[in-house]
Design a binder for this molecule. Structure first.
Ligand SMILES: Cc1cc2nc3c(=O)[nH]c(=O)nc-3n(C[C@H](O)[C@H](O)[C@H](O)COP(=O)(O)OP(=O)(O)OC[C@H]3O[C@@H](n4cnc5c(N)ncnc54)[C@H](O)[C@@H]3O)c2cc1C
Length: 468
């Protein structure tokens, strides 16, 4: 397959996650030659799916994103993609503090906070306005914990309602900068939670077709081993042992992997390396995929679309990562998720620590996966008592699974913590033509964050190429 590769391209994009694909497409549309290289045998990165015998299809990260995806997909992809985005209307919470259903909008949350949680109207409005007004320029020492203490002092239940979905969505904690919480939370609150009708497979197929139309040269199952730098400028890459020349590289691979493996420490100065070493990886995840037998259904009025379920008496972000799982987020998929496909599915996700799984001996690792499935089936039976009888197939993924398929260090589900953004953005100042686009921090991760970051970096690359 590599015989048809050209000797050189204007840009090589390493990794076909949402940021990588969006960057590749935007740069190609601007008229530059682009090679997109993906080590996995399919495109999508974490925005992916898999098939299992019996006609089952599971989505990995199609659980919910903000309405902004519609605008971004229309502008940077196609009308067909944008028009397939639909709202999830039934978001549920069930924990020892409260059980409720919401559309996850500012209007509905304000009503809940005011009427059910008895929070004074001025605190509710003050909180939403403060969150909405947050920007990248705000003081990073002001934490989410302080934001909550200001508007909802002593109200653990309210913190749980406001924080649990966002912690699940991007791994953020109460100690992270409040601006990261405020921006992401406000994005969701503007109009609720959305999904892509047709499944991740259809989305990625439509993206692939658009990239091909725009002239992106796409290669699967090809790994970039090295980014070559000469006189502080990008000169090319080695992929599957062959050197390809280029003027710019956009790495969608993990930020730390990009710096320390693909480029190499020897290319950076001491201060930058120190800054890069201080970047913390984000947490990883576990998932249990469950397919119902053909013809078996789930009651939408009971399950809803997304269910944030917890048995923990109080909300603590560290408990969400523990292998002694108390909190799970269930995504329920009905035949309407993939029109033409008649099955129902459930996927249970938890945040997880890589270290809890990485070094287990094989038998303990397998036992851990079986236990994960078993405890999940127990958990879901609270909502669907005959779930085990309806079940046709189940399977578990751990942080090691995510590491294996994406090469993210530590199986990170959301790249790095917020400090990764400054390091990612400063790469082209260190090496001309070197860019990174992909999950860093809370704002630049998730489907919308990753895609928008791809566009920002594509514009930088275009400006760079026009200058030289
Ligand atoms: C369990 C789970 C649930 C999630 N749920 C949601 C959700 O509901 N909503 C939401 O918005 N987000 C969700 N996310 C997060 C979201 O999926 C990611 O933030 C987003 O897809 C990341 O996109 P990315 O462009 O940063 O790159 P990634 O998807 O991480 O892709 C990077 C790509 O680079 C490739 N690569 C790496 N190294 C090389 C190399 N050397 N050569 C070639 N290719 C390479 C990898 O194979 C991969 O394809 C979830 C994530 C997980 C793990």
């Amino acid at each position: 397959m590599n015989d048809t590769l050209r000797e050189s391209y204007d840009v090589v994009v390493i990794g076909a996650g949402l940021a990588g694909m969006t960057a590749a497409n935007t740069i190609a549309r601007a008229g530059h030659s682009v090679l997109l290289v993906e080590q996995h045998y399919k495109l999508g990165g974490l925005a992916t799916w898999f098939h299992r015998k019996g006609g089952h299809i599971f989505d990995i990260s199609l659980h919910g994103f903000p309405v902004g995806m519609i605008k971004s997909c229309r502008r940077y992809w196609t009308a067909e993609i944008a028009d397939s985005i639909v709202q999830l209307k039934h978001i549920r919470f069930d924990n020892p503090m409260f059980s409720l259903e919401t559309t996850f909008t500012r209007e509905d949350f304000s009503k809940l906070l005011f009427e059910r949680f008895r929070i004074p109207a001025e605190n509710v409005t003050g909180f939403f306005d403060a969150a909405r007004a947050m920007s990248h320029l705000d003081d990073q020492a002001y934490t989410t914990r302080r934001l909550f203490e200001k508007f909802f002092p002593g109200r653990q239940d309210v913190v749980r309602l406001l924080m649990e979905p966002i912690t699940y969505a991007n791994g953020s904690t109460l100690e992270d900068p409040a601006l990261t919480y405020g921006i992401v939370f406000s994005n969701f609150m503007s109009k609720g939670v959305y999904t892509f009708q047709g499944g991740s497979d259809r989305l990625i197929r439509l993206m692939r077709d658009d990239m091909r139309k725009n002239g992106v040269d796409i290669r699967f199952a090809c790994e970039v081993q090295k980014v070559h730098v000469e006189r502080r400028k990008v000169a090319g890459v080695t992929l599957d042992g062959r050197r390809i020349g280029c003027r710019a590289v956009v790495s969608n691979a993990n930020l730390l992997g990009t710096i320390f493996q693909l480029v190499g420490e020897e290319q950076f100065d001491k201060d930058f390396l120190e800054e890069a070493r201080a970047v913390r990886l984000n947490n990883s995840s576990t998932q249990v995929y469950m397919a119902l037998k053909p013809g078996e259904t789930l009651d939408e009025n009971v399950c809803g679309d997304l269910l944030f379920s917890s048995t923990a008496p109080e909300f603590r972000t560290d408990m969400l990562l523990s292998r002694a799982i108390t909190s799970r987020t269930y995504s329920f998929y009905y035949p309407r998720t993939r029109p033409g496909h008649d099955r129902c599915y459930a996927v249970a996700s938890t945040n997880a620590n890589y270290a809890d799984w990485a070094d287990l001996p094989p038998d303990e690792y397998e036992a851990g996966k079986r236990n994960l499935i078993e405890t999940t089936l127990e958990g879901i039976s609270k909502y669907v008592p005959d779930f085990r009888e309806k079940l046709a197939y189940s399977e578990a993924a751990t942080p090691k699974t995510f590491e294996r398929y994406t090469k993210h260090w530590g199986g990170a589900s959301f790249g790095t913590k917020f400090e990764g953004l400054a390091v990612s953005r400063s790469l082209p100042e260190r090496i001309a033509g070197l860019y990174h686009a992909g999950s860093v921090g809370i704002i630049m991760s998730g489907w919308l964050g990753a895609m928008n970051y791809g566009v920002i970096v594509a514009n930088d690359v275009d400006a760079f190429l026009m200058k030289i």
